[in-house]
Design a protein around this ligand. Structure first.
Ligand SMILES: [Zn+2]
Length: 684
């Protein structure tokens, strides 16, 4: 039943934050509060938008752009708490609400971007932008806002708008179909095995396979499924070449098995519609449209990154294959080396070269000490300090609250962190903001949080992390710093509001400091003896990181190049799968490695817009972080103060206030080159 009670947004704990340190008063928020408060906040925002759009006065930055940016504060507040709860501490009531709120929000924001009177005011400012004598940040925000409207079709005539809306709707339903077909193919296929078929498989895999078989009604047997978490270890460890081949073929044919779940025609249709959409909006290709507001900007720039990496990756993979073939021959195999042999022999080689046990490292990586290490690095680089405020309630008793201070003791903002897994928390690790930091209007101090899923130890024992988990902690803390150090005027360019191919720079870069020897010596102390991690162990861990880079880089880059090949042309290929085969042939793709994602199951690109013409950005970010850390290495000091200040000012504090290329160049003195990334991956 919808609540008929009127909500006072100025007093409600979801929208008027009156808890300690300016946090929401979480203790007085009930699950039943969200729905009526959302409704009231949406209405309030609609009224604000109407007031801007219907303003009789001529448009000014103040009465239009600033009013637009500062509007919807109540909606921001209730949304940020709701999405925090939905991820970090959910229940059935919250989940039911999610299904209700998501479409409401998307209708609300699409109505704003389709508001013609509102766009007319933005457009008026935009056309006069030269004469307004704006500062650089304001000009950029105006341009970005204008572009956002235009990309939503604001400048099309009525017929064009109608067609764009139809295309978007159709693309979104095709994207959903694509994802569901992929899932159906993954769900419906299983290879049931018995004890005698399990040669070579480690225990963790056997138990996962036993559970998968039981879930499919075959208790007591073992199932190979097409979930990556079973497929990859199975083809890595199984001694049975015949079974590896069956699994490989099934995995690479997902979405291409004929019948109702075949994705071939879905892809064909999507590529056609994407090309049409780009044309309608005046772009040369769908990739040109998608890349327009990124750091890369053009397909040409993406190729300038991927092409040299591809060459090196092919060379490395060819050299690796020779070594793997030798191993296979030594093991008595006289079959032609095939794609289902690669992971298997690569694992044998890894075991031979880098025999070390993850379990040896764990006692050195105590959660509380690694948190200290994160803070310590932030103090050394940026002068920040962190004071925990125990006893302040957040969304769950495990969530911790830290007051963040600048070097001069002034208050910077709040950092909240919720480290342990529990059933009410979604898996994975992430950073988000309850509030972003900006100066416009009355200004706002950032309230940033990190969510992790580490196993909670029994009371009185220290939580221990794996190397990957410690890296994840640094990674998400890097995102958090991007939010906390933000120093901009306009909310829409605060913190992590940057392009997709730039947003992972602050996080991936921060990971590098985890393995700086001085940091490990101080913080990676054995849980029982208190002694630092031995150097040999550290060296082994670092050396193992580049192992298998030829294979990994070929399978990734092939998919990234395919994504560009599909989208950087003005039209769509008539037969996508034939186009896939031809493109691979042109690329000299080795037949012993499969693309990480083949077209009929390339979910990043076809199950929604997400990473379409954007799969490259994972590697783009890696180029940036490797090149940025190389800047510190070149000075011989991982905490070089002058460089750290340039890093703070241009990367962590600048948000999206300037073009990412300009920001990076201001930090580094030049644009990044893929060299450092190729060195880091062990390709050169
Ligand atoms: Zn990230």
């Amino acid at each position: 039943m919808p609540s008929t009670k009127t909500v006072d947004l100025a007093a409600h704990p979801l929208t008027a934050w009156q808890g300690p340190l300016g946090l929401p008063d979480f203790a007085h928020i009930g699950d039943g509060d969200f729905s009526p408060v959302f409704d009231a906040a949406l209405k309030a925002h609609e009224a604000e938008i109407e007031a801007i759009a219907g303003n009789k006065e001529a448009p000014t930055i103040e009465n239009t752009l600033a009013a637009l940016e500062l509007g919807g504060e109540a909606l921001d507040h209730v949304s940020s708490i709701f999405w925090c709860r939905a991820g970090a501490h959910t229940n059935e009531a919250i989940q039911a609400l999610e299904r209700d709120i998501s479409p409401k929000m998307s209708r609300h924001f699409s109505a704003i971007s389709m508001n013609e009177r509102l766009f007319a005011r933005i457009d008026d400012l935009y056309q006069r932008r030269e004469s307004l004598k704006l500062d650089a940040e304001t000009l950029r925000v105006l341009e970005k806002t204008w572009k956002g409207f235009v990309r939503s079709g604001a400048r099309l005539d009525a017929e064009g708008k109608k067609r764009l809306a139809a295309i978007s709707e159709e693309l979104s339903s095709l994207g959903t179909t694509f994802g569901q077909n992929m899932l159906a193919d993954e769900r419906d296929w299983a290879l049931f095995l018995d004890e005698a078929d399990l040669a070579g498989l480690p225990d963790f895999l056997k138990s996962a396979m036993a559970e998968a078989a039981e879930m499919r009604g075959q208790k007591g047997r073992y199932a190979v499924t097409l979930s990556r978490s079973i497929y990859e270890p199975f083809t890595t460890f199984s001694e049975r070449r015949d079974l590896r081949e069956i699994a490989f073929r099934a995995f690479t044919m997902r979405g291409q098995n004929g019948g109702a779940t075949d994705n071939t025609s879905v892809v064909r249709e999507m590529l056609k519609l994407r090309a049409e959409k780009a044309g309608l909006l005046g772009y040369a290709s769908f990739a040109a449209l998608k890349l327009d507001d990124t750091m890369a900007k053009t397909p040409k720039a993406v190729h300038a990154l991927l092409d040299p990496v591809w060459e090196k990756a092919l060379e490395k993979a060819a050299a690796d294959q020779t070594e793997l073939q030798r191993l296979a021959a030594e093991a008595g195999s006289n079959e032609k080396f095939a794609a289902w042999d690669w992971r298997f022999y690569q694992e044998k080689l890894r075991a031979e070269k880098f025999a070390f046990d993850e379990a040896e490292l764990k006692p050195y990586l105590q959660l509380d000490r690694i948190i200290d290490a994160c803070f310590d690095v932030a103090t050394k680089l940026f002068g920040l300090t962190f004071e925990e405020n125990k006893g302040i309630a957040a969304w769950h008793p495990d969530a911790r609250v830290f007051l963040v201070k600048n070097a001069d003791g002034s208050e910077r903002g709040l950092f909240l962190a919720d480290y342990f897994a529990r059933p009410s928390k979604r898996s994975g690790a992430w950073m988000s903001a309850l509030k972003s930091g900006y100066r416009l209007g009355h200004g706002s101090k950032p309230v940033i949080y990190n969510i992790m899923n580490f196993a909670k130890p029994p009371a009185g024992e220290a939580a221990l992390l794996s190397v990957d988990e410690a890296k994840t902690l640094f990674h998400e803390f890097g995102h958090a710093l991007h939010g906390m150090l933000t120093d901009v005027t306009w909310p829409s360019v605060a913190g992590t509001s940057v392009s997709r191919d730039f947003v992972e720079l602050p996080s991936q870069l921060y990971e590098h400091w985890l393995t700086v020897p001085a940091v490990l010596e101080k913080h990676a102390l054995h849980v029982k003896t208190g002694k630092p991690m031995p150097k040999v162990l550290l060296d082994k861990m670092l050396a193992a990181r580049t192992f298998g880079a030829g294979f990994a880089t070929v399978e990734f880059t092939a998919s990234a190049l395919m994504d560009m090949a599909y989208h950087a042309r003005p039209d769509a290929p008539a037969e996508p799968l034939r186009f896939e085969a031809e493109t691979l042939e042109k690329l000299d793709m080795p037949d012993t490695i499969a693309m990480r994602h083949r077209t009929p199951h390339f979910g990043h690109v076809f199950a929604g817009e997400g990473y379409s013409a954007g799969y490259y950005s994972y590697m783009w970010s890696e180029v940036l972080d490797a090149d940025a850390f190389a800047a510190f290495e070149e000075t011989g000091d991982p905490f070089n103060p002058a460089l750290a200040e340039r890093l703070r000012k241009n990367i962590y504090a600048a948000g999206g206030s300037k073009d990412p290329e300009e920001l990076y160049t201001a930090f580094r003195g030049k644009m990044p080159s893929p060299e450092a990334m190729m060195v880091k991956r062990g390709l050169v």
